[in-house]
Design a protein around this ligand. Structure first.
Ligand SMILES: [Zn+2]
Length: 97
């Protein structure tokens, strides 16, 4: 995460909304897949999914809650789950914990 301040000392933060959208789907998907959910395996699936789903950056001032996209489209949801499920398949087959 990168922070930039302007002349009024306001701090602007660049945040990837895809991280939030993947995070909220990560553990439920892993639980359904009957696999290890230790911190290393969660991090490996998260990292795979983030590398295979486009980043969606937004700018916010620090301290403000992110404006989360509520109710993503069915296609977006399917794409997010697809990236997560690919990561799950790889990590489940060859866990690095
Ligand atoms: Zn594990």
């Amino acid at each position: 995460m990168e922070a930039v301040k302007n002349e009024n000392n306001e701090e602007f933060v660049v945040h990837n909304l895809s991280e939030d959208m993947i995070e909220e789907r990560l553990l439920p998907a892993m639980n359904k897949s009957d696999m290890c959910t230790c911190p290393r395996c969660r991090a490996d699936v998260r990292s795979y999914a983030l590398n295979h789903y486009p980043a969606q950056y937004v700018v916010s001032t620090r301290g403000n809650a992110w404006v989360l996209a509520r109710g993503v489209s069915a296609q977006t949801n399917a794409d997010l789950l697809s990236a997560i499920m690919q990561g799950i398949a790889l990590v489940k087959k060859d866990p690095r914990h």
